[in-house]
Design a protein around this ligand. Structure first.
Ligand code: NAD
Length: 360
């Protein structure tokens, strides 16, 4: 498929390719929608096997951000960026500053933050070249790493799910299988253990698993074994597309609540989960904590206000699950519907033009 067909197919507004021969920077920035506000989404640093893979990923992720921001009730659109490379070997000051200049050229249509493969230190370098970067270090006046906020939002969602399934938000004694104990997964396991839940964890990177086991005394298993763990909740906190026709039949849980983006390989997998009686808490609703946290940074960061809004993910999850029940659809469809309604209703406010709005 040609580049323009890929873009048009999902309704993206703009895609920008950036290259810096000195640092080796190869980046693609995708803006899916600015209907509700500037397109905010992190920068993924990943060794994609091909440029096509990178483009497919950034388009998919950018669209996901549109829905995430809308479902969270934020005045933000959706966008995302990828940098093609190995985050362990290819990072440099020059690369991130060149990237910052490319982000700056979009004049605030796209606002970046950290994502898989990038961290607060990288965002500080980007920020030297553009004001359109958030998730910068706390000492620099930013909100820092968004991952603990994502974990906190996930925990609020899990409590809502627990209430609906078991009539209590007390997680003591519940068994949770966590796939991926990186930045979010590690923080989430901490919250689970503090709530006296029983955790079984895995990670493809052995030192990360070892760290979680040492820090929290949780049980570890091989990556592929996590799907078959007999548990109350399966929590995907690694990469996407792990809920699919191969894995869903293997799950032995009552609910799926995890931070990973795009957990469903296809839309049909939401039905597959429902058919198996597994309650799926939509990924882009429950993992919005980090986005909410960096959004607050744009408004002048207050941790109290940010955490209050992150905790409201519990309520947002409740509303989505109720919508699903009321409208006889699965939770993923309900979340998409709620987000699209907001994009339509609030985005449409722009028809009341104000002085300073675009003149066309
Ligand atoms: P991370 O890179 O810090 O952690 C991901 C972990 O998953 C790593 O330790 C990695 O080794 C492990 N992993 C990768 N493939 C695996 C596999 N097949 N089996 C088991 N483990 C595997 O990333 P993160 O920031 O913790 O994000 C985790 C997920 O949550 C990602 O999908 C990310 O897009 C999503 N997310 C993150 C945030 C955030 O605030 N960081 C916000 C929203 C969504």
């Amino acid at each position: 498929m040609g580049v323009f067909e890929s873009i048009a197919g999902e309704g993206h507004e703009q895609v920008l390719f950036g290259f810096d021969p000195v640092s080796g920077l190869k980046t693609i920035i995708a803006i899916h929608s600015t209907d509700l506000g500037p397109a905010l989404g992190g920068t993924r640093f990943f060794p994609y096997e091909s440029e096509d893979d990178a483009l497919t990923d950034v388009l998919r992720l950018a669209k996901g951000m549109t829905y995430k921001a809308a479902a969270a009730g934020l005045d933000l659109g959706g966008g995302k960026a990828v940098i093609i490379g190995d985050p362990h070997t290819d990072k440099s000051e020059r690369l991130f500053r060149a990237y910052g200049r490319i982000v700056d050229s979009l004049q605030g249509r796209y606002i970046t933050a950290e994502d898989v493969g990038t961290d607060v230190a990288d965002m500080e370098l980007v920020r030297r070249e553009t004001r359109w970067a958030v998730g910068i270090p706390v000492p620099e006046g930013g909100s820092g790493d968004p991952s603990p906020a994502t974990a906190r939002g996930l925990f609020a969602a899990l409590k809502t799910v627990s209430e609906r399934l078991w009539g209590t938000d007390d997680l003591a004694g519940r068994r949770v299988a966590v796939q991926g104990v990186g930045k979010v997964g590690h923080a989430f396991v901490r919250l689970l253990v503090e709530a006296r839940a029983e955790v079984v964890a895995t990670d493809a990177y052995e030192p990360s698993l070892r760290r979680a086991m040492d820090d929290f005394g949780v049980k570890g298993v091989e990556p592929d074994a996590i799907y078959e763990i007999d548990c109350d909740v399966f929590s995907p906190c690694a990469l996407g597309a792990i809920l699919n026709e191969d894995t869903i039949p293997r799950l032995s849980c009552q609910a799926v609540v995890g931070s990973a983006n795009n957990q469903l390989a296809t839309e049909a997998d939401a039905d597959r989960l429902a058919d198996r009686g597994i309650l799926y808490a939509p990924d882009f609703v429950v993992n919005a904590g980090g986005l909410i946290n960096v959004y607050e940074e744009m408004r002048g960061y207050s941790r109290t206000r940010a955490m209050h809004r992150v905790d409201s993910i519990g309520e947002a999850t409740r509303r989505i699950l109720e919508t699903a029940e009321r409208e006889s659809i699965n939770p993923h469809q309900a979340a998409v519907r709620v987000a699209e309604r907001r994009i339509h209703e609030i985005g449409d406010l722009r028809r009341f033009r104000r002085s300073g709005d675009d003149r066309n």
